[in-house]
Design a protein around this ligand. Structure first.
Ligand code: ATP
Ligand code: MG
Length: 418
């Protein structure tokens, strides 16, 4: 143990557990890579105003959860709390929206930082895979993203998740609703902070998890009744396309989500085995965000799925991922055999076989222990006498069977056996 520990609210990914994270990232990004999404990577920190403007001054993320810092040069930066604002910033900066046809489809994977109260499923450093489709207003694009996320979760073997879907309206109909809701909220008995929230972002009050607030919200005006015809038609098309794809969802007219930039389609993936941190991912349409950060009008849609909570969901469902063993062949060299076996291991690796060798000058017993621990299916064992005969002993670690194989044939024999 060293003097230091991982900071509060963070944890390390250690083998073999860490392999699950790689598998989850692969499973989420796989469907995107097959659907025209290109990989984008942006810095871990950005100008703090990008998030203040892009995520929203009234959100928990901006008011409470951002890690901000001032550089020696005086720049105000924030560790990124989410991906969308950065990805859109990068696309605008590279003029991707002018380079070819729209939408620009991008996916990303990385670390995000929020100063939250740590608990199971809620960390200060966590990991997301996300997708953004920038510059097109088309219900099929919203549907595509929801279908791809569903496909990703299913490919992992997850079953007990639900898709919640709502429409938040657009700049025509939402302000009218906002006013109606504010009028209703002003008549309630709410604490000071909630009263303030009702003035800045009343829709977020609907999302309040406290029972005493929810009780008062019965009878609140619902956005569904205020949606303009264009928003209604758009939403019906999204619903029809998802339904036609065989993806089940639930209409949730109270679904708001914690970011200010969403318009129209909004959705969340929840898993019922996770307790209060039940959201494994979410997203929606953000038609106004580009203009909010100084770009042209670029209606867009995207989602971000949490890798940490997806791993917890897999555990909650008891899903065992099919993760290949890290080592298939383990070499045990005795006497002067090390250089020859080291060469064979290099050749095996070049041939795509996962191979490893015992290090540190151990004897037969210690080296065989290493071979067992590696989980390898086969061991190749050789000492001076074997090499004098031009062979190594090939041992099947499952059956225990062992026999000589000519050094020149080892790679080929193992490739056919594995
Ligand atoms: P919540 O309502 O749980 O706070 P959120 O609305 O803040 O979630 P988003 O900003 O939509 O979450 O992020 C998308 C996903 O990223 C979440 O569904 C979740 O899986 C994951 N996520 C968000 N914050 C955290 C965190 N602090 N720790 C672990 N995962 C997180
Ligand atoms: Mg949150």
């Amino acid at each position: 143990m060293s003097t230091f520990k991982a900071p509060k609210g963070t944890y390390d990914l250690i083998p073999p557990y860490s392999a699950k994270y790689l598998a989850v990232r692969d499973a989420i990004s796989g469907p995107l890579r097959l659907s025209g999404y290109g990989y984008v990577e942006t810095p871990g920190f950005e100008d703090v105003d990008l998030f203040a403007r892009g995520v929203g001054e009234s959100t928990d993320i901006v008011t409470k959860e951002m890690y901000t810092l001032t550089t020696k040069g005086g720049a105000n930066l924030a560790l990124r709390p989410e991906g969308t604002a950065s990805v859109l910033r990068a696309a605008l900066e590279a003029n991707l929206h002018k380079a070819g046809g729209l939408p620009v489809k991008l996916w990303y994977s990385g670390s995000y930082y929020r100063y939250e109260r740590p608990q199971k499923g809620r960390y200060r450093h966590f990991s997301q895979v996300g997708a953004e489709a920038i510059g097109a207003e088309d219900p099929a694009l919203d549907a595509e993203l929801i279908i791809l996320a569903d496909q990703a979760y299913r490919s992992l073997g997850l079953r007990n998740f639900r898709i919640l879907l709502n429409s938040l309206g657009d700049k025509e109909c939402r302000p009218v609703y906002r006013e109606a809701l504010q009028g209703f909220l002003r008549g309630l008995d709410l604490d000071e902070e909630t009263v303030r929230r009702a003035e800045i972002n009343p829709l977020r009050v609907l999302d309040d998890k406290r029972a005493e607030v929810q009780k008062q919200l019965v009878g609140a005006p619902m956005l569904r009744d205020y949606l303009c015809d264009a928003c209604k038609a758009y939403h019906e098309e999204v619903r029809a396309l998802i339904t036609a794809a065989g993806v089940a969802f639930e209409d949730d007219e109270k679904l708001v989500r914690g970011l200010d930039y969403y318009t129209r389609t909004t959705f969340e993936f929840v898993h019922d085995g996770l307790g209060s941190q039940s959201a494994v991912g979410g997203g929606g349409r953000y038609d106004g965000l580009s203009e909010m950060i100084g770009g042209p009008a670029l209606p867009s849609v995207g989602w971000a799925l949490g890798v940490d909570r997806t791993v917890l969901a897999l555990e909650a469902e008891g899903v065992e991922l099919d993760i290949p063993p890290t080592t298939s062949v383990f070499a045990v060299a005795l006497g002067e055999a090390k250089p020859v076996l080291f060469g064979l291991v290099t050749e095996l690796r070049q041939a795509g076989v996962a191979a490893d060798i015992s290090y540190g000058g151990k004897g037969l017993k210690g080296a065989m222990k290493d071979a067992n621990r590696s989980g390898a299916r086969f061991a190749i064992v050789a000492g001076d006498r074997d090499l004098a005969e031009g062979v190594v002993q090939l041992k099947d670690m499952e059956s225990g069977e062992q026999g000589p194989v000519a050094v020149a044939d080892v790679v080929e024999v193992l490739r056919t056996k594995l």
